[in-house]
Every structure is written in structure tokens, then in C-alpha cells.
Design a protein around this ligand. Structure first.
Ligand code: ZN
Ligand code: ZN
Length: 242
């Protein structure tokens, strides 16, 4: 970075611009990098064998993994940029709670690359919504910010077409099918015209069980969506490897 750029950066972003430190190890850096070279090399990239369907890391190639074969059926195909591991897992949490919106900019470029490599045929970008109550408490929905940034980069319109009407309380005691039904009932498609006959790209930060995405996708399909594809920043690798 030349001296002039340095001054401009101080004037526009201030002294505490987080991009001046590596977001992995905290080492001071110059330039507009997000990670230092060493951290960049060792990120938990999800670029080896993945479940063809939900995109989580597995041991040997398979059309469905043990986690997604019973529930993730309305999402046609999902992919994630990283495995849910350090330092990505910490950054996802930071983006959620610590006003770390600059992190979402970094994630958005990764998701856009993934979109062009794996899908590149979506007509509408949606996100997993938050209930109004949760949104008020949190201040922003990181999934929505991320989806809007990705939509801008890939030049596909974002639609705020899904709403979450109620919080789904802890339902550990309920059967899986009942849990999924409760979850599905908590979402509503606000604008059916925006999704009818369209290929939808759903964006979220993490894929854990995949149940939330499935619930949203069930509603999107009911509203007439053709295909629902999903990209997330990170997914939890299959526990048993299959
Ligand atoms: Zn580093
Ligand atoms: Zn899977």
C-alpha cells in the first residue's frame, strides 16, 4: 500500500479498520487482505469429497449423506464454501453478534464464486428470515445482509419473500417429523409471485442439520418455485463420515 492509499484509508475507514489485522491469527498486515498468507493456506475449505445433495464433507462419494437423506428433500442441491471449523466458525459467530458486517463482505465474495462454479442459473435470491421479535433484539439478520451482498455480486435480484411468523421453541421431545412440521409452519411466503415458476437461490450462514433450509424450501416449492438451490458459508461435516 502506498503512502497516499494509507492516508485515504485512515480518512475513510479510521484507525481501527479490522482489515489491518489478519482475521485468523490477528497478525498485523498491510493491504486489503482478509487473512494472512499462512491462515489463507490452512482455512477449512470444503473442497474435497462432499455429499452430492447437501454439500457437507463426507468420506466417500455419495448422492445422499446420512444426515440429509431423510430430511433435505425440498432443497434440490446445496453447497458450502467451508467446513464449520476455526477460524471460519468464529467469524460466523462474530458476524452474527459483534457487528462484524465487514466479515459478511468477505463471505459474500466466497459464496459468489461458489455460485458461479456450481449453479449460475438462479433467478431470485432469498434468505432464511428471522422473526420480527428476534430481529428487533439482534438489530440485523446476517443471513439477509449476506444474501443481499451475494445478489449484488452475481447480479440476480434479491427478494424479501419469506417471513418467519413465530419462534420455534425448543422441541427436543417431539418426533422429528413433528419438529419439521412445526418449523415449516413457522415460515410463510409473503410474495408468491416472486417465486412462482422460478429457480431460487437460498442463502444462509451455516448448514447444521439442514432442517431450517428444508422448512423454507418446502414453503417455496408449495408456492410454485421450480428448483431451490442453497449456498452457505459453512457446513458441519457428516459425523459418521457417510
Ligand atoms: Zn493469519
Ligand atoms: Zn447430504
Amino acid at each position: 500500500m502506498c503512502f497516499k492509499d494509507f492516508i485515504v484509508k485512515i480518512l475513510t475507514k479510521g484507525f481501527y479498520d479490522p482489515t489491518w489485522r489478519c482475521n485468523g491469527c490477528g497478525k498485523e498486515m498491510f493491504g486489503d487482505r482478509f487473512f494472512c498468507e499462512e491462515c489463507e493456506k490452512h482455512l477449512p475449505y470444503n473442497d474435497k469429497i462432499v455429499c452430492e445433495h447437501c454439500g457437507r464433507a463426507i468420506k466417500s462419494p455419495s448422492a445422499y449423506c446420512s444426515t440429509c437423506k431423510e430430511i433435505l428433500l425440498s432443497v434440490d442441491k446445496a453447497r458450502s464454501a467451508f467446513n464449520y471449523d476455526k477460524p471460519i466458525s468464529g467469524l460466523i459467530k462474530k458476524a452474527k453478534y459483534d457487528n462484524g458486517r465487514y466479515i459478511l463482505d468477505y463471505f459474500a465474495t466466497k459464496l459468489a464464486n461458489l455460485y458461479f462454479a456450481e449453479f449460475a442459473s438462479s433467478e431470485v435470491v432469498c434468505c432464511v428470515p428471522m422473526s420480527k421479535k428476534r430481529l428487533k433484539k439482534r438489530g440485523y439478520n446476517q443471513s439477509e445482509l449476506l444474501a443481499k451482498k451475494v445478489a449484488e455480486i452475481i447480479n440476480v435480484p434479491f427478494s424479501d419473500c419469506v417471513a418467519k411468523n413465530k419462534e420455534t421453541a425448543r422441541q427436543a421431545k417431539l418426533k422429528r417429523s413433528k419438529r419439521l412440521k412445526n418449523l415449516t409452519d413457522s415460515f410463510q411466503i409473503k410474495d408468491k409471485n416472486a417465486v412462482r415458476g422460478k429457480n431460487i437461490l437460498l442463502i444462509d450462514d451455516v448448514t447444521t442439520t439442514g432442517a431450517t433450509a428444508e422448512a423454507v424450501a418446502v414453503k417455496l416449492k408449495k408456492a410454485g418455485a421450480l428448483r431451490v438451490h442453497m449456498i452457505t458459508v459453512a457446513s458441519v461435516p457428516s459425523k459418521d463420515g457417510y
